[in-house]
Design a protein around this ligand. Structure first.
Ligand SMILES: [Zn+2]
Length: 139
């Protein structure tokens, strides 16, 4: 059984059940379809439902595309920020502090710091730049 959304020439919408699309064509062709509201025999398939679905799908695609581009851009920004820098991982706060205190030669480093560590570094006047997180990646 397939269900069609039907509409009459009076604008009444209703559902009709058919064994197949050929069954619908046969009934419609023989004038066997009547509107349950006004009895009109001018009944046709409503085109509204598939059109709405198509539009929603298009919007979904557009959104996915925008998200993908955004992610791509953030990945590029991260690459740009980290390409000449050394990854010091969780030692970031320690290394940044040592460089600030002159115990280590200054270099571009990046790594992981907790919110607390980052706050302390900034309070001590040590320059830190948070890397933009890339959505969809565990980072
Ligand atoms: Zn009607």
């Amino acid at each position: 059984m397939i269900r069609y959304s039907l509409t009459c020439d009076g604008g009444h919408g209703f559902d009709g059940w058919f064994r197949s699309s050929g069954d619908y064509d046969g009934q419609a062709g023989n004038g066997l379809l009547t509107c349950p509201v006004c009895g009109s025999r001018e009944v046709s398939k409503a085109l509204m439902s598939p059109a709405v679905a198509t539009q929603a799908e298009a919007e979904q695609e557009l959104l996915g595309d925008r998200e993908a581009r955004m992610r791509e851009m953030l990945v590029k920004v991260r690459e740009e920020l980290t390409k000449d820098a050394e990854d010091v991982g969780p030692r970031f706060a320690e290394v940044a502090r040592k460089m600030h205190d002159g115990e280590m030669e200054k270099a571009s480093v990046y790594g992981v710091a907790t919110g607390e560590e980052t706050r302390e570094l900034i309070e001590d006047g040590i320059e830190v730049h948070p890397l933009p997180p890339v959505p969809g990646k565990g980072n």
